[in-house]
Design a protein around this ligand. Structure first.
Ligand SMILES: [Mg+2]
Length: 312
């Protein structure tokens, strides 16, 4: 049996760890590799972001969490409505593809598919980046249910199945970590659960010998983003070093660090996140009454999510 206190610490670690990674990486977005090492190694303001300010990654993760907790189940139209309300309030940052889908006026179950069929470009990391809260919420439902929930939430904004499968892998790795298992050891078994058309590409970026230098796309795409996060987890031994390695890759630093931080937080638990990284964390929610969530609210949210949500 899993120690319940340890499990709660890992659930809080996943939610807070993703948010901290996002905020810590935001000032370095699209900057060069090595920028975090060159800086103070602590939260800074920059790139239009306040010190500790979380970006769209965490804002959308919170919207998913609030829908799950208020509805008590996976209510996809409700999540989509919240995304649309947020997008209409002019958030500081929003992914190009996500914005297109949330502002094209189509209903929730068609907007992403119509966008994909028109552009054939929908394999960004924008669904993966927001998955820490749903991963915690559905972990208790088991492998199949959490991977299915990941796909359905991803599909709200991303029509390309590659984005669904990457998010499903993330959900499953978080589920395993919350159980106290080694998520890296479970990668081969997890790959067996994803759609066959997408298995080989994920097997490549999740292989033990893969390095972010071998990416064939920028890390704003779902495959190298997940691959880089798993690489950061694999090549370090604690939360701080994993997130440090992720930000030092450069590129889409807030999102790669959010995904890394979600995995590393789930693995090492809340206590592994540096206090000085948590202290300035805040999550504005444009479109939702000017609310700004801080660590206490996020901890309460993580605790509620860890109690579990019905799949549908
Ligand atoms: Mg962002």
């Amino acid at each position: 049996m899993t120690d319940p206190d340890a499990r709660a610490g890992r659930a809080a670690g996943a939610v807070l760890g993703a948010a901290v990674g996002d905020a810590l990486g935001a000032p370095y977005e699209f900057g060069p590799a090595g920028a975090f090492t060159a800086g103070p190694g602590e939260p800074v303001a920059g790139g239009g972001w306040e010190r500790g300010e979380a970006t769209d990654d965490t804002q959308m993760a919170v919207l998913v969490a609030e829908s799950l907790l208020e509805r008590g189940e996976l209510d996809l139209p409700d999540i989509f409505d919240r995304f649309r309300r947020w997008a209409a309030a002019d958030p500081k940052d929003i992914g190009i593809q996500t914005e297109d889908v949330l502002t094209n006026g189509m209903p929730w179950d068609l907007a992403a598919a119509v966008h994909f069929n028109t552009t054939l470009r929908a394999a960004g990391n924008g669904a993966l980046m927001r998955a820490a809260t749903s991963a915690v919420a559905f972990a208790g439902a088991g492998r199949r249910a959490t991977m299915d929930a990941a796909r359905r939430i991803a599909a709200l904004t991303h029509g390309d199945r590659a984005a669904w499968e990457g998010t499903a892998i993330f959900h499953e790795l978080v589920r395993l970590a919350l159980d106290g298992a080694d998520p890296l050891a479970a990668i081969p078994a997890t790959l067996a659960e994803i759609h066959p058309d997408h298995r080989e590409r994920y097997a490549t970026v999740l292989a033990p010998d893969w390095h972010p230098d071998r990416a064939t796309e920028a890390n704003g795409a779902v495959w190298p983003c997940l691959g880089s996060a798993v690489w950061a987890l694999r090549t370090t031994g604690d939360y701080r070093s994993a997130v440090h390695a992720a930000i030092d890759l450069g590129g889409d630093t807030d999102t790669v660090a959010a995904v890394t931080g979600g995995l590393a937080g789930a693995r090492y638990g809340l206590a592994a996140i540096p206090e000085s990284w948590l202290e300035p964390l805040h999550v504005p929610l444009p479109g939702f009454g000017g609310r700004v969530l801080r660590v206490a609210e996020l901890l309460a949210m993580a605790e509620e999510l860890a109690a579990g949500i019905r799949e549908s």
